[in-house]
Design a protein around this ligand. Structure first.
Ligand code: BG6
Length: 476
């Protein structure tokens, strides 16, 4: 791997995301040679930390993430801290000076990667200051930005303008960490390198798809943010739409980022808009209640006691073009559900006339907690008449499991080598916000009517079982 020389400027350097994900990811990229000698990392946040203190924090973050910390002292010595108020113009000047110094010291050729990893309400302010205080470098300038990118189409458009004042679209890396997950990256090879998959991946053979992103945790310390988001904006607008798109996109002309984005855009443009009756029937929202041991959502810190924010959503989406045009894609996600599991089930049509007891074939992609693909087939019951379901499982060998890179490591590595394939581009974002805005508006009018309470640690409100087109369908 050739070393990429750059300075990283991380807004949100004292934050939880940086600690848990970004520093360990950078360390792994360091071990793999993506960054070596010619790099520096400036962490910024409000607290007044010294460089040494920051380096200790970074070292701790690495120690918490891996047993193999060889090289961590040298790695951490590239980290610098700048106390920074994102609204204070002077602070950007200081940041620029420090960047210049480090560029000199580490010979990073004026390349800068800005990383917005702090509260989204400051993204626009930071973007504007980057522009007005001229803190772009002389080499390449890239921006990696966390979600949420706006809160609706309107605010996303404003933010995009603020960002585009300094960064070209191809230099904006909008992170959707699901796109960095191994199993999501396995969808295109699965679909297009296997003739048998390619042949059956269409509306003639696929009856429906289910995407479930279930979490056991509640909103934890993020009640304030979550009140402005809810499950629809937090998980559907980005992760679920991206997964559905990769499943349903037409075969791209080739595997370049450009063609993959073209193909994704084609299906996203064709999202079938639900009418009012469909909005009422096909989208179910819920909010977790509490019990003796567990706080209800409305009792969580920074959550309004009469909040109508949804912590669960189930719904049905459809694309109008592509191999799965018209196939219902059922989606659900929520907090405080029975399991932590991210899984896609592809359910095939049952076309046999000979066997009454044949089950539907189901292809399952488990994204978390394991990375497995499995296929339910029918087989003969041994020594008896009749059929028995059999599951074929494809999983990685033990020694490979450890090699699966974390989504952040992979995506930051991609941004380092300027590969935008697995990032969300503006057009994709626009289409998904348009769709989400309609649901949000519908819900805003309905208020709490239609917001179902569900007990903690179940699979959401029972109403979520009623969105299926076929009476025999149910959540897997
Ligand atoms: C984030 C959401 O994007 O994804 C969180 O903001 C959620 O609310 C998280 O917990 C889930 O990610 P993962 O990788 O744990 O499934």
């Amino acid at each position: 791997q050739t070393e990429i020389s750059t300075t990283f400027i991380i807004f949100g350097g004292s934050g939880d995301l940086a600690h848990r994900k970004l520093y360990p990811a950078l360390f792994n990229l360091y071990k793999r040679g993506f960054i070596k000698e010619h790099f520096a990392v400036i962490g910024t946040a409000r607290r007044p930390w010294s460089h040494e203190y920051f380096q200790n924090i970074v070292t701790e973050a690495i120690e918490e993430s891996t047993n193999d910390t060889t090289g961590v002292t040298e790695f951490a010595s590239h980290f610098y801290y700048q106390s920074h108020d994102v609204t204070d113009t002077e602070h950007y000047k200081a940041l620029n000076q420090l960047s210049d110094q480090l560029e000199e010291k580490y010979q990073t050729h004026g390349n800068r990667i800005f990383y917005m990893a702090m509260s989204p309400r400051f993204f626009g302010t930071i973007a504007t200051h980057i522009h007005d205080e001229h803190i772009l470098g002389r080499g390449f300038n890239r921006l990696i930005i966390e979600k949420p990118f706006g809160n609706n189409l309107e605010s996303a458009t404003v933010l995009n303008k603020q960002i585009n004042a300094s960064f070209d679209e191809e230099d904006v890396y909008r992170i959707d960490h699901y796109l960095g997950k191994e199993m999501i990256q396995d969808i295109l090879p699965l679909r297009f390198s296997n003739p048998i998959m390619k042949a059956i991946w269409n509306a003639d053979n696929i009856a429906s798809i289910q995407i479930t992103l279930a979490e056991q945790l509640g909103v934890e310390a993020r009640g304030g943010y979550y009140e402005t988001a809810g499950a629809l904006r937090d998980m559907v607008q980005n992760h679920i739409f991206q997964i559905a798109t990769v499943l349903a996109m037409p075969e791209p002309k080739n595997l370049t980022a450009h063609e993959i984005h073209e193909s994704k855009q084609a299906v996203l443009n064709s999202l079938v808009e639900p009418d009012a009756a469909e909005l009422a029937h096909d989208f179910v929202r819920g909010q977790y209640a509490g019990d003796e041991d567990t706080l209800a959502y409305v009792a969580e810190n920074q959550v309004s006691p009469d909040s109508s924010t949804e912590t669960f959503i189930a719904g049905k989406i459809k694309f109008g073009v592509g191999p799965l045009a018209g196939v219902p894609i059922y989606i659900r996600t929520g907090k405080r559900m029975a399991v932590k599991q991210s899984v896609v089930n592809i359910i095939f049509k049952n076309t046999t006339n000979l066997y009454d007891d044949a089950s539907q074939n189901v292809l399952t992609l488990e994204i978390d907690p394991t990375n497995t693909i499995s296929l339910v087939l029918n087989g003969k019951r041994v020594a008896h008449a009749g059929l028995k379901e059999q599951r074929l499982i494809y999983e990685y060998e033990e020694h490979i499991k450890d090699d699966v890179p974390d989504a952040y490591e992979r995506l930051i590595g991609d941004a380092l080598v300027a590969d935008c394939t697995n990032f969300t581009n503006w057009h994709e974002l626009k289409s998904s916000w348009q769709y989400i805005d309609r649901i949000e508006q519908f819900w805003a009018q309905a208020g709490k009517k239609g917001l179902h309470q569900y007990p903690p640690f179940c699979m959401g409100p029972k109403e979520a079982n009623q969105i299926f087109e076929s009476a025999t369908d149910k959540w897997i």
